[in-house]
Design a protein around this ligand. Structure first.
Ligand SMILES: Nc1ncnc2c1ncn2[C@@H]1O[C@H](COP(=O)(O)OP(=O)(O)OP(=O)(O)O)[C@@H](O)[C@H]1O
Length: 351
């Protein structure tokens, strides 16, 4: 019989689950099957040092969600490695689509976030102009016009205008940008933000997260969204931070799940760890990362965690708040191919 991570022991057992992998026996062999509750909303944090399987695990969760009814999985892909989810697989099809060149609505950013996105202090002359423009206009063109018409020092007008022109050149803002209806499909939607700098990547992540949250609050979509974010430290450090924290603290009530993956748990806010009800940890060795996890989850981590630290890619320790249990497991093989392999000179020589 399989154990279901994230499902309280006294809960009805009929809801959907996804296959995560299997227990890791002491001799390294596979034990009983381990599944993930995908019936109710969760906040899941996947951590591990480079090359030990975080993206692979995110791909496994995405594959399971793609094959689950009633959910809308959306994966923010900063490295462009998840387009392989659309691979045709013989065994079982994984419904997936990739959105290249995604755009979001400009009004997803409030005036303060516009200043922060452009690296302007709201107290500066140029920052003040951007703040006012964002308050009074909902398109980047409109904001630029607003700045041009402002009565202010030439230098500030030029600076504010140049910063807005830079944002325009990213091509990520559009009044017809991604909305919850387009994102809420039975497939896993990969939002490819690779090729963008941190600022535009963050704007897209924020736009997608906000759209899903608002749509669930206003009951305009039926499916329960699951937002999966790889390299999450890059988003917790930018304008997407506010949205990710909102989803972590208030997302589950309207039915929005968040799955974040990072190689640097010490670089994400403590709430990113403490508010996650499921922690999937691949191998970690940096003392600062272990300390960040231990200070946010002391009850489960003391003793057992260090002792069970995995040594092989694909092996994990799972800490489950719902059942207050810790599990040593091996994540299953992907159905679709994994696109996150490190480039190797020896492979390039063979080609
Ligand atoms: N569950 C697994 N089963 C089989 N192989 C795995 C598994 N997890 C990881 N691997 C192997 O480990 C390699 C590295 O995994 P992955 O790309 O997910 O690492 P990562 O932790 O995301 O690294 P990075 O931080 O560099 O993105 C994969 O290419 C794959 O070969």
């Amino acid at each position: 019989m399989a154990f279901v991570i994230g499902r309280e022991t006294n809960r009805d057992e009929s809801g959907p689950t996804g296959r995560l992998g299997s227990y890791r026996a002491l001799d390294g062999s596979d034990g009983a099957s381990l599944r993930l509750d995908v019936d109710t909303p969760h906040a899941i944090l996947v951590v591990g040092k480079r090359g030990y399987g975080k993206s692979y695990t995110l791909g496994v969760i995405a594959e399971e969600l793609a094959c689950t009814g009633g959910v809308a999985p959306i994966l923010i892909d900063p490295m462009g490695v998840f387009d392989t989810l659309t691979d045709q697989v013989k065994s079982e099809s994984v419904p997936a689509e990739v959105i290249q060149n995604p755009t979001v609505m400009p009004d997803v950013l409030d005036p303060k976030s516009w200043c922060s996105l452009l690296g302007l202090s709201p107290e500066s002359g140029a920052g003040g102009l951007v703040w006012k423009a964002a308050q009074e206009s909902t398109t980047v063109e409109g904001m630029k016009a607003n700045v041009r018409e402002a009565t202010a020092a030439d230098r500030d007008v030029r600076s504010a205008h140049n910063h807005l022109s830079l944002a325009d050149s990213w091509d990520v803002f559009d009044s017809d940008g991604l909305n919850a209806d387009t994102l809420s499909t039975g497939k896993v939607t990969v939002v490819d933000v690779s090729g963008h700098d941190d600022a535009p990547m963050n704007a897209i992540c924020r736009g997608v997260g906000n759209a899903l949250y608002r749509a669930r609050l206003s009951n305009t979509i039926d499916r329960l969204p699951w937002l999966l974010v790889d390299e999450a430290h890059a988003f917790f450090g930018g304008v997407a931070n506010e949205t990710l924290q909102l989803l972590l603290t208030r997302g589950r009530a309207p039915g929005v799940s968040l799955v974040t993956a990072t190689q640097r748990p010490s670089a994400i806010p403590a709430v990113g760890i403490s508010q996650s009800d499921i922690l999937i940890s691949h191998r970690l060795t940096a003392q600062s990362d272990l300390a960040a996890l231990e200070s946010a989850k002391p009850t489960y981590l003391q003793g057992e965690f260090g002792e069970r630290m995995p040594t092989t890619p694909g092996d994990v320790v799972i800490i489950d708040d719902a059942t207050e249990t810790v599990h040593g497991a091996r994540i299953r093989n992907r159905k679709t191919s994994h696109g996150g392999k490190s480039p190797r000179a020896s492979t390039a020589m063979r080609n």
